[in-house]
Write a protein that binds this ligand. Structure first.
Ligand code: COA
Length: 159
């Protein structure tokens, strides 16, 4: 069974990597799909986000890193995958996730969204939190991979 784990990954955090690792043990193939939203530029470029993900999943054989634009359901159809994986960190994620899962399922009834409960170590973690901590010189070394930590420092140098 193949699955898609979609997101912005701006940037990838240890919370995302934990989900990817756990999924890779349960499914034949995990396609990590970075949303390329042309109307929103993001903090890191799509290429940077893909590179962080590729570098940090290169030892997991059944993980593919890709980007997509447009609707997730169309990407899932194109990839011939009908399972979406989302991480659930806290109750506050539920409402938004539920809405997306139901909308996607309405438009593409074969598509199921499966939720994986985030590791409690990372249940507070988000990409914007990491960006904010970095902006003010906070230590994010235990929250993101090394390359991301360095890239954040470089981006905020002189900011
Ligand atoms: N560990 C750490 N952080 C996590 C996490 C985890 N396990 N799971 C989610 N997050 C964080 C992300 O870092 C992000 O943080 P931020 O907002 O501080 O940057 C936040 O949760 C939201 O995740 P994100 O991936 O940015 O967005 P999303 O979950 O809302 O959905 C897509 C992303 C790509 C799945 C969704 O926007 C999409 O499908 N877009 C395509 C267009 C489409 O089909 N729209 C219709 C949908 S109904």
């Amino acid at each position: 069974m193949n699955v898609i784990y979609p997101g912005s990954f701006d940037p990838v955090t240890n919370g995302h990597l934990d989900i990817i690792q756990r999924c890779s043990k349960k499914f034949n193939k995990v396609i990590v799909a970075v949303l390329n939203n042309n109307s929103k530029s993001g903090f890191f470029t799509i290429e940077e986000r893909l590179e962080f993900l590729r570098e940090n999943t290169k030892d997991i054989e059944n993980v593919e890193v890709d980007s997509f634009s447009g609707l997730l359901i169309d990407y899932a159809k194109m990839k011939n995958v009908n399972i979406i994986i989302k991480g659930l960190r806290a109750v506050s994620d539920y409402e938004n996730e539920m809405q997306m899962a139901l909308a996607n399922n309405k438009l593409y009834p074969e598509l199921e969204t499966l939720f994986m409960v985030s590791n409690t170590r990372y249940s507070f973690l988000s990409s914007s939190l990491v960006r904010e901590l970095s902006l003010f010189g906070g230590d994010v070394s235990c929250l993101v991979p090394k390359a991301v930590e360095i890239a954040l420092k470089n981006k905020f140098k002189g900011a």
